[in-house]
Design a binder for this molecule. Sequence first.
Ligand SMILES: C[S@@+](CC[C@H](N)C(=O)[O-])C[C@H]1O[C@@H](n2cnc3c(N)ncnc32)[C@H](O)[C@@H]1O
Length: 219
Amino acid sequence: MAVAPAAPRPETLAAFEAAKGFMPVREGLALHAAAVEAGALGLPLLEVGTYCGRSTILLADAAREAGTVAVTVDHHRGSEEQQPGWDYHDPSVVDPEVGLMDTLPAFRRTLYRAGLEDHVIAVVGRSPQVAKVWGREVGLVFIDGGHTDEHAVNDYEGWAPHIAAGGLLVIHDVFPDPVDEWTGQAPYRIWLRALASGAFTEVSATDSLRVLRRTGTGI
Ligand SMILES: C[S@@+](CC[C@H](N)C(=O)[O-])C[C@H]1O[C@@H](n2cnc3c(N)ncnc32)[C@H](O)[C@@H]1O
């Protein structure tokens, strides 16, 4: 009989559902299941693209259960499609003093309300710069950062090399059909690249969330 994946605690699920962000529930549950599985490796679980912490809650819950930590990276100035004038812009996360987006305060409130502050290391910085100084293996990399080819490729090339043998690569917003995703198909292209590399094997697909396992070396 198949074993059902470990679900987040009810209070964690409630905090996730209440948090500002872009992760639908079905995909969130798939991300959580992947994080629980990868947590068994006892290595950090790494996210690119914190925004206000919606998906971070799920990684933190899995990290808490596994006795490891979730690391989440974001410059907190928003992606292209979140800037003023774009569909995904939220004026409530603009810092009125500097006139730029700043999702860090909302993120901190999200984690506090979820009771998960002790299980997360938040890194404020640009993903490629952080990846360059990052020096250890991780059990999972979740790519949910910028949607241009430049950003997606940087995230893949910067972080995928750190995934341990048997660890998981999770990519959000993988849309094989261009009509489904107006912010572009860059995540789809890095997913194709990961599969073509021979280093990763697909584990699951839940809507636009893809989970791959490291089954070979390189990227
Ligand atoms: C789609 S949102 C992440 C959504 C979040 N995972 C959730 O569940 O709601 C993308 C985030 O990536 C961040 N981002 C975009 N490009 C980045 C880069 N080069 N380095 C760091 N963060 C980046 C943006 O600031 C934004 O907060």
